[in-house]
Design a protein around this ligand. Structure first.
Ligand SMILES: Nc1nc2c(ncn2[C@@H]2O[C@H](COP(=O)(O)OP(=O)(O)OP(=O)(O)O)[C@@H](O)[C@H]2O)c(=O)[nH]1
Ligand SMILES: [Mg+2]
Length: 300
């Protein structure tokens, strides 16, 4: 029997000797809740990819809670920790409205194009009219890769030649989306390093065109981040967010790491919702991210 996607994520995150709950339990069983305990806890959180800033915040919140309740029970303290994490991941979700234009951005190789295929496949199954735009005109193979996905998934694609201005592809695609009454236009972009100023300027221009031409559409800028890059994902997102207003995150390759902490750190530091999680290379390997369920899973 095929495992559900959720089960697959669950197995990847909890069925490893590296798992979050076990690591935290090891700290809990140190004995009393003294400074050594909090230091150890903080370090464990950092090792689980929660990042120094978020780890300190969590540890301090737990310290305050223990002081307030004078609790000495390990089970209770574990419960407090879970509550703190759940509280932390509550951010306003994105409201889905159609028609919509999604601009998909991120550094090289994080899984933008694959995510677009997954999104297109999902929305098509929901009965939506989907168009994808091949605005990665940088690599010769990029439009081909997207074209293949478009055929496989069965959605329209708007593309141009290699080297063309990506903004013009997006401009044409918006025209096509209007003419064909599309519900969703998803725009692929070239991977770019966040410290390459000219490439970030190019992205700004694409975003400007969408804002200018996309009247009548909700505009949704999606940042794709690779879960296996750890804390670096936070820096990437910050720089991209300064350039285009990121409204949602897709965290890919969660199947490639047993450290789920990065999801919590991202939400805490950016206050942007994670909307989807990628757990494989196939078009169905995309999960709607439910923050509360995710924290529950870490404590299973
Ligand atoms: N295991 C796993 N692999 C993934 C996932 N998402 C994408 N990949 C793989 O990551 C590699 C890069 O994916 P792409 O979708 O081409 O990434 P991209 O961001 O479009 O790359 P550029 O356009 O070159 O910047 C491919 O081999 C994908 O199959 C995921 O959730 N899990
Ligand atoms: Mg790509």
């Amino acid at each position: 029997m095929e495992l559900s996607l959720y089960e697959r994520m669950r197995n990847r995150l909890i069925k490893t000797k590296d798992n979050f709950k076990e690591k935290i339990e090891n700290v809990m069983y140190m004995g009393s809740f003294d400074d050594d305990f909090f230091d150890e806890l903080e370090e464990t959180l950092i090792l689980s990819d929660l990042g120094a800033l978020t780890a300190t915040k969590i540890t301090e919140a737990l310290r305050a809670k223990i002081k307030e309740t004078r609790s000495k029970s390990k089970e209770e303290v574990m419960g407090f920790l879970k509550e703190i994490l759940i509280e932390m991941v509550q951010v306003e979700p994105v409201e889905k409205q159609y028609p919509t234009i999604m601009l998909v951005v991120g550094v090289n190789g994080v899984g933008k194009t694959t995510t677009i295929a997954k999104l297109a496949s999902r929305y098509k199954k929901e009965g939506k009219k989907v168009i994808i735009a091949a605005a990665d005109t940088f690599r010769a193979a990029a439009a081909e890769q997207l074209d293949e996905w478009a055929q496989r998934v069965g959605v329209d694609i708007v593309k141009s030649t290699t080297g063309a201005d990506p903004s013009s592809v997006v401009y044409d695609a918006i025209g096509a989306a209007k003419a064909r009454n599309a519900d969703i236009l998803i725009c692929d972009t070239a991977g770019r390093l966040h410290n390459k100023v000219n490439l970030m300027k190019e992205l700004e221009k694409i975003s400007r065109i969408i804002n200018r031409e996309g009247s009548g559409f909700t505009i949704h800028n999606l940042m794709v981040l690779d879960a296996t890059t750890g804390q670096n994902a936070i820096n990437q997102a910050k720089v991209f967010h300064d350039c285009v207003d990121i409204s949602g995150i897709v965290l890919t390759k969660l199947d490639g790491t047993a450290k789920g902490g990065i999801a919590i750190a991202l939400i805490d530091e950016l206050q942007i919702p994670i909307e989807y999680v990628g757990i494989g290379e196939k078009s169905e390997d995309l999960i709607d991210f439910d923050p509360k369920k995710f924290v529950d899973l870490l404590f299973e």
